[in-house]
Structures are given as structure tokens and as C-alpha cells.
Write a protein that binds this ligand. Structure first.
Ligand SMILES: [Zn+2]
Length: 331
């Protein structure tokens, strides 16, 4: 997943315990979780809970040098789909993945004038947890994807009828996205050169957990949205079945680049405080539970994983939380 670290804000809190970005409390309790970093050898971090509002935080906060080294390393991006696709252009598997993704986004985000086929809509339903879907009612077609990474989603959303703009802190990722003909700014949302009220949808997919101050990001999203506009927010679900079962081994602790961890309650509360009224919250699984258990990834295995994910989502304990939150139509 692409990075969305807010370097300027990080510098204010480097290496020390953080004031809770949501409620301002400095009191926290251990959760008993101390996952190892997948990036930094022999480093473990504690997951602590703010006693004021329940938000989960990674401590100690990594140094700027550590984060910089992780984000600027090409291997962090090399698994991204478009880059991998460019490298494996002859791979039928990569082509099939690209095609399925395009069909899923076309169906789930179709704007007026776009008419997905029945097959596209089926694919969209099967894969909706991977990319999300457009909220309703929805007017306008200006979409900002924060943390747009390689631009794969932007490209597909453009084909689904959206006027798209991307934003990413990585110049490497932005360069790849621009090579696809997309408009992508490099920078952070709080100081990006974007006009207030200029978007109908702002999408933050796997973004908020990378920030030390997700509340600041959400307030800026509110500012950038037109009256009645929507934020589409997806983050890992810290109370998912996968997180509960796998403990410290849960891949989405992903320390130290995941600095804030959410539950449905804390995500909805933070959005609400930023002026974005929660209007639909969903559990969307992406196969993490199966991965944690080391289940097979052959076709029957994948079918089983898909069915299991649907059931886990119905129990509201899926891998990720997806929140629709709306700016008041009155502005
Ligand atoms: Zn708090």
C-alpha cells in the first residue's frame, strides 16, 4: 500500500510519547500487544490505548530517519500493482488482475452515463472490499484520491466517469502515476495546493493509519469537500477477527509505519469531530484472516477464503473498516 506519512507533523513529536491526536490526553494503557517491525530488524513497538478516547497508538514513535528509510526504499513500492504490472506486462496473471480491478471499479464507482455489464457488476460485488464503492446520493464527479500510490485506482475511476486528482507524499509513486497520464500532486494533504470545496469525493484508502495526526487530515478533507460531499475512508480494523486471533502477528499492526490504529467507534468519532457525519460503516475483508492462518491460495482455497470473509464481514469483524462520512449539504 502507498505511504501517506505526514513528515512535517511527525517532526513535532519525534521519538517521544504522543499526546492523543483525538482527545489530547497523555494517559495511555498497554494493550499487551508488542508486534515486531517487518521493516526494522529486532525492533518491537507497543500498541497502547488512550485512556481518554480509546484510540490505539504505536509507541515509541519511530524517528524520522527510520520512517524516511522505509518510505524511500523502492521495495516499499515494488509490490504495488501498476509497477508490478509494468514489469510483468507479458504475464497473463497480471493482465487478468488489472482487468478484474478495472471491471470492479467501473461497476462500484460508475457515474451517470457509464453502464456496467451484468458480469462487471458481479465482479464489482465480489471485489468491493478491495476498492470500496461510491456512496449515494452523490452529485458531481470530482474525486481526490489521497495516497494515490501508483495511480491504479485513479486510472480505473477515470474510466468509470470521474474527474480524478491524486495526491501522494512519494515522488516515485507520483512519477509512475503521471506516466499513465494522470494528474497527481506530490505532498501532504494539509498543505497541498488544492482549492477548498473543490471535490465531491475524497478517498483515503489505507491512509489514516499512517498519520500521527489523523484528526488534522480529516479536518482538511472536510475543507476540501464541496457541501454534501463524501469522504470514503478505509483503515485496518484493530478489533477484526484476524487481529484478535493473531495477536502480535497481525500484519496490519505494520509498525512503525502504522502509527494510529482504529476501531469502528474511534474512526467514526474522529470523523464526526472533523465535521464529517458518519453515514454508513462497513466491515470489508481482504483475506487477512486466511493469510494469518497460512491457508492455501489455490483456486478452491481462494473460494473458501471468499466465503469465510463474507461471513466474518456479516459478523462485523472483518479485516478493514470502511466509513462513508458526509459534509453537511449546508456546508
Ligand atoms: Zn484520546
Amino acid at each position: 500500500m502507498p505511504p501517506h506519512a505526514d513528515k512535517q507533523l511527525m517532526e513535532q513529536t519525534d521519538g517521544v510519547s504522543r499526546t492523543c491526536p483525538h482527545c489530547g490526553s497523555q494517559k495511555r494503557l498497554p494493550t499487551g500487544r508488542s508486534p515486531k517491525s517487518p521493516y526494522l530488524e529486532n525492533k518491537t513497538y507497543d500498541i497502547v490505548r488512550c485512556t481518554g478516547c480509546g484510540l490505539l497508538l504505536t509507541e515509541p514513535k519511530p524517528t524520522n530517519e527510520e520512517l524516511h528509510d522505509i518510505y524511500e526504499h523502492e521495495s516499499y513500492y515494488s509490490t504495488s500493482e501498476a509497477i508490478r504490472g509494468t514489469r510483468d506486462q507479458k504475464s497473463w496473471y497480471a493482465d487478468a488482475r488489472r482487468l478484474l480491478r478495472e471491471k470492479a471499479v467501473r461497476a462500484s464507482y460508475a457515474r451517470p452515463g457509464i453502464h456496467p455489464s451484468l458480469f462487471d457488476r458481479f465482479i464489482g460485488r465480489v471485489l468491493r472490499g478491495r476498492f470500496g464503492w461510491a456512496p449515494t446520493p452523490l452529485e458531481g464527479n470530482r474525486l481526490l484520491d489521497v495516497g494515490s500510490g501508483d495511480g491504479a485506482f485513479l486510472l480505473d475511476a477515470q474510466k468509470a466517469g470521474w474527474d480524478v486528482v491524486g495526491l501522494d507524499v512519494s515522488s516515485l509513486a507520483a512519477r509512475n502515476a503521471r506516466s499513465l497520464g494522470l494528474k497527481v500532486l506530490v505532498g501532504e494533504i494539509h498543505n497541498a495546493d488544492l482549492d477548498p470545496g473543490s471535490f465531491d469525493v475524497v478517498r483515503l484508502w489505507s491512509v489514516l493509519e499512517h498519520s500521527t495526526q489523523p484528526d488534522v487530515m480529516l479536518r482538511r478533507v472536510h475543507e476540501l469537500l464541496a457541501p454534501g460531499g463524501w469522504a470514503i475512508i478505509q483503515v485496518p480494523n484493530a478489533t477484526s477477527l484476524a487481529a484478535r486471533v493473531s495477536g502480535d502477528r497481525w500484519p496490519a499492526w505494520d509498525t512503525p509505519i502504522h502509527l494510529t490504529h482504529f476501531t469502528k467507534k474511534t474512526l467514526a468519532a474522529m470523523a464526526d469531530d472533523a465535521g464529517l457525519v458518519p453515514n454508513g460503516i462497513y466491515s470489508t475483508s481482504v483475506g487477512t484472516f486466511a493469510g494469518v492462518l497460512g491457508l492455501t491460495t489455490n483456486i478452491p482455497g481462494r473460494a473458501l477464503i471468499f466465503v469465510a470473509d463474507q461471513i466474518i464481514d456479516m459478523m462485523n469483524m472483518g479485516d478493514c473498516i470502511m466509513l462513508f462520512a458526509r459534509k453537511s449539504p449546508a456546508g
